[in-house]
Design a protein around this ligand. Structure first.
Ligand code: COI
Length: 356
C-alpha cells in the first residue's frame, strides 16, 4: 500500500478565527481526511475532502453499541513558521492499542502518519501562532456497518479533523479546582479505561455536572474497586509533589496511558527530580496535606498540557495546594514542554517532528 491520497479541495475557504478568543474544539478547518475499512479489503479509499457533515446509516453500529476510538495530538507553529508535531508516533501506537481493546481492525501507523502530513500540508495556515494556541488533531474511527447485532462491525470509517484551539480551561494556566468523586467510577478493572474511547468520557458527565455545580473545573476519579486509590482526572493524568518526590498513579487497565504523562516522567528523570509511578491513595494525599508535605499537584494531557491544581476537595474537605499558586516544578514542566512543542526550546529527546 502506498500513501496516495485523493484530494478534493474546498471551493470556499472559511475565514480564520481570532487567535485571542479561540476556545477548545469549537472551530474546524477547511478539509478532513477520511478512509474506510471493508472486510476482506482492509483500509481503503484514503481521501482528503472538504470538511462537511457526513451521512450515516441510522443502523450504523457505532450509534448503538459505541464501537469507536479516538486520539488527540497537536501541531504547533515554531518561531521559524514551521509546523511541529509532538510525539505523533505515540498517538498512533495508542490508537492501535485502543483498536485492539474495542475489536477494531488495526491501522498502518506509518501510512496514517503520511496521510496526516498531507492533510497538514494543505491546512498548515490554520496553525495559530499566538501564545498558548495550537492546531488540535483529532483522528477517530467509528463502526459504520448497518446492523443491530451485538458483535464487532465489518465496516468502519476513520476521520482526521483539525481544530485550532486555545487553552483547554478558560482559566488558562491558572490553578484549577478539582473534586474527588467518591460515588461514581470512570472505569473498572478489565474494562475499557485505558483505551481512548468516547464512552469513558460520557460516563463521567453526571459526576462532572455535580463538580461544576459546586464550582470545580473537573473530577478526580478513584479506582473502581475500593474507591481508595487515585486514577486520573476527567481529561488529564494526575501528579502530586509530596515532600520532594513527584508521584503519579502507576498504569493499570483503567488508567489512560497519556503521552504527556510519559513525557513528564521522562523530563523529570532527565532533570533528576525524584519521580515514581505507584499506587497512591487519597488517604496518603490528605495526610501529606495535613503534614504540610503536599507541595504541588497538576494534571497532564494533550488538550490540558500541564494544568496546575490549586484545590482538591475530598469528602467535603478542601485542600488548598501551594496557596492556590502554580508550583515551581509545575511551572518548569509547562515551560519546557511547551517550549519543546513549539520549537522554541531545544528538544534533546527527539520528540518533535518538524514539517517545513
Ligand atoms: C486530549 O488531551 O487530547 C484528550 O483527548 C482529552 C479530552 C479533550 C477528551
Amino acid at each position: 500500500m502506498e500513501a496516495t491520497v485523493a484530494i478534493t479541495e474546498a471551493k470556499q475557504k472559511k475565514g480564520k478565527p481570532d487567535p485571542e478568543t479561540l476556545q477548545f474544539g469549537k472551530t474546524f478547518t477547511d478539509h478532513m481526511f477520511t478512509m474506510e475499512y471493508e472486510e476482506g479489503k482492509g483500509w481503503i479509499k484514503p481521501e482528503i475532502i472538504p470538511y462537511a457533515p457526513v451521512e450515516i446509516d441510522p443502523a450504523a453500529m457505532v450509534l448503538h453499541y459505541s464501537q469507536s476510538v479516538f486520539e488527540g495530538l497537536k501541531a504547533y507553529r515554531s518561531p521559524d513558521g514551521e509546523a511541529v508535531l509532538f510525539r505523533p508516533d505515540e498517538n498512533f501506537k495508542r490508537l492501535n492499542r485502543s483498536n485492539r481493546r474495542l475489536s477494531i481492525p488495526p491501522v498502518n501507523e506509518e501510512l496514517l502518519m503520511e496521510y496526516l502530513l498531507q492533510l497538514l500540508e494543505l491546512e498548515k495556515d490554520w496553525i495559530p501562532d499566538a501564545e498558548g494556541t495550537s492546531l488540535y488533531i483529532r483522528p477517530f474511527i467509528i463502526a459504520t456497518e448497518p446492523s443491530l447485532q451485538v458483535a464487532p462491525a465489518k465496516a468502519y470509517k476513520l476521520f482526521i479533523i483539525l481544530s485550532p484551539v486555545g487553552s483547554y480551561y478558560p482559566e488558562g494556566i491558572h490553578p484549577v479546582s478539582i473534586m474527588v468523586e467518591d460515588h461514581f467510577t470512570r472505569a473498572a478493572r478489565g474494562g475499557t479505561g485505558t483505551a481512548k474511547t468516547g464512552g469513558n468520557y460520557s460516563a463521567g458527565y453526571n459526576a462532572q455536572a455535580k463538580a461544576s455545580g459546586e464550582g470545580h473545573a473537573q473530577v478526580l476519579w478513584l479506582d473502581g474497586v475500593e474507591k481508595k486509590y487515585v486514577e486520573e482526572v476527567g481529561s488529564m493524568n494526575v501528579f502530586f509533589k509530596i515532600n520532594g518526590e513527584v508521584v503519579t498513579p502507576e498504569l493499570n487497565d483503567s488508567i489512560l496511558q497519556g503521552v504527556t504523562r510519559k513525557s513528564v516522567i521522562e523530563l523529570l528523570q532527565y532533570w533528576k527530580v525524584p519521580v515514581s509511578e505507584r499506587r497512591i491513595s487519597m488517604e496518603e494525599v490528605l495526610t501529606a496535606y495535613e503534614n504540610g508535605e503536599l507541595e504541588e499537584a497538576f494534571g497532564s494531557g494533550t488538550a490540558a498540557v500541564i494544568s496546575p491544581i490549586g484545590e482538591l476537595t475530598w469528602k467535603g474537605t478542601p485542600m488548598i495546594i501551594n496557596g492556590r499558586k502554580t508550583g515551581e516544578i509545575t511551572k518548569s514542566l509547562y515551560q519546557t514542554l511547551t517550549g519543546i512543542q513549539t520549537g522554541q526550546e531545544k528538544d534533546p529527546f527527539g520528540w518533535t517532528r518538524t514539517i517545513s
